[in-house]
Write a protein that binds this ligand. Structure first.
Ligand code: BTN
Length: 328
C-alpha cells in the first residue's frame, strides 16, 4: 500500500469515525479525490475487516464509529521518562505483527522504539498461537528494551511488564484485573490480554527484548469466535469511560516507570505487588510442559519463577514453555 493511499484511507476513516452517515460527494469534496476513489478506498477498508454500511442516498457509515490511534495525542500525554525511553510512537495501519516490526527495528540498531498497529494479520501469541487482531478496536503494541548483562538480567521481565499493564488498566477503570503467571492479564478467569517477549543478542552480554502486548478492548464478537480460549474485553469490565488513545498513553507511561524500576533493581522489589495481582495465588493448579505437576500456587520467587507447593515439597518453574492452569 503506497503512502498516499494509506493517508487517504486514514483521512476517510477519520471522517467516518463519528459513526454517522457521510455521502460519497461529501467525502470526495473533503479529501479532494473523485467519488470513484472514495468507493475504492471504502472497498479497501472492507478488505481490512472494517464494517462499512452503504445506504443509497445517505452514503457510508461505520457502525459505532472508530477511534483511530493518534501519535500526536499519545505523545502529548507521555511523561518525559516515557518519551525519552520509547520516542514518539509509530502507528501502523496494517501489519503482520508489531513484534516482527520491532524486531526488525532492533536488528537495525534502534533502541528507542515503540509501535502500535490498528490491525495485525499474523499477530503472534505464546506457544505458537495466533493473536486475533482485528482493525481499530483493541491495542497491539511492541517496544524494544536493551540490556547489557545478558539474558539473566531479564529474569522476571514479563512479570514486571504485566504489572505495568495492570496499573494502566486500573487507571482506566478496570475492576480487579489480575495476572496469571507468567504473562496473562485476566479478569474473572478470562483472558483480557497477553504479553509476548522475544529476546535476541548475546546470552551473556548486549541483548534486547522485544516486548509485545495485546489487550482486548472492544473485540467484535465475530472476530472473538476465532479465539481458542476464554477471553474478555475491557469494555465489559471497566466502570470508567476510557479511550484507546488514553489507554495507549497510560500504558506507555506505566511501562516506562516499571521498566525504570526493573532496570535499577530487577524484579525483587516488585514481588509484593505481583502477589497482590496474582489471580491464582493459593489455588490448586496444574503446571504442564516440562512434565505434569499439580499443587497449590504459592506465588513467585525473586527471579519471577512460579512457586508450586506439591506433595514432594516446593518446586519452582521458570517461564519458557511451561503452562499453568487452575484445576477445577
Ligand atoms: C499471549 O499469547 O498471551 C501473548 C500475546 C501477545 C500479543 C501481542 S499483540 C502485539 C504484539 N505483536 C504480536 O504479534 N504479538 C504481540
Amino acid at each position: 500500500m503506497n503512502q498516499r493511499i494509506d493517508s487517504l484511507q486514514r483521512e476517510i476513516l477519520e471522517l467516518l469515525s463519528d459513526g454517522r452517515f457521510h455521502s460519497g460527494v461529501e467525502l470526495a469534496a473533503a479529501t479532494g479525490v473523485s467519488r470513484t476513489s472514495i468507493w475504492k478506498q471504502i472497498a479497501g477498508m472492507e478488505q481490512l475487516g472494517i464494517e462499512v454500511h452503504k445506504v443509497r442516498g445517505r452514503g457510508y457509515l461505520i457502525p459505532g464509529g472508530v477511534e483511530l490511534l493518534d501519535p500526536d495525542a499519545i505523545s502529548a500525554g507521555l511523561e518525559p521518562g516515557a518519551l525519552q525511553r520509547f520516542g514518539v510512537p509509530q502507528i501502523l495501519m496494517d501489519v503482520d505483527s508489531t513484534n516482527r516490526v520491532a524486531m526488525d527495528a532492533a536488528t537495525n540498531g534502534e533502541s528507542r522504539y515503540v509501535c502500535f498497529a490498528e490491525r495485525q494479520t499474523a499477530g503472534r501469541g505464546r506457544r505458537g498461537r495466533a493473536w486475533v487482531s482485528p482493525f481499530g478496536c483493541n491495542l497491539y503494541c511492541s517496544l524494544i528494551q536493551r540490556f547489557s548483562n545478558g539474558f539473566s538480567e531479564m529474569e522476571g521481565l514479563s512479570l514486571a511488564i504485566g504489572l505495568g499493564v495492570r496499573r494502566a488498566l486500573v487507571a482506566n477503570g478496570a475492576q480487579g484485573p489480575g495476572l496469571k503467571w507468567p504473562n496473562d492479564i485476566v479478569l474473572e478467569g478470562s483472558k483480557l490480554g497477553g504479553i509476548l517477549i522475544e529476546v535476541s543478542g548475546d546470552v551473556a552480554g548486549d541483548c534486547q527484548a522485544v516486548i509485545g502486548i495485546g489487550l482486548n478492548l472492544r473485540m467484535p464478537g465475530r472476530a472473538g469466535q476465532r479465539i481458542d480460549q476464554d477471553w474478555t474485553n475491557l469494555d465489559q469490565c471497566s466502570s470508567a469511560s476510557w479511550t484507546r488513545n488514553g489507554l495507549a498513553t497510560d500504558l506507555l507511561n506505566h511501562l516506562a516507570r516499571v521498566l525504570e524500576a526493573f532496570q535499577a533493581s530487577g524484579f525483587g522489589p516488585l514481588l509484593a505487588e505481583w502477589e497482590q495481582a496474582d489471580a491464582l495465588f493459593g489455588k490448586q493448579v496444574q503446571v504442564t510442559g516440562a512434565g505434569n505437576f499439580s499443587g497449590i500456587c504459592r506465588g513467585v520467587d525473586e527471579k519471577g519463577g512460579l512457586v508450586l507447593e506439591t506433595d514432594d515439597g516446593l518446586q519452582v518453574f521458570y517461564g519458557g514453555e511451561v503452562s499453568l492452569r487452575a484445576q477445577l
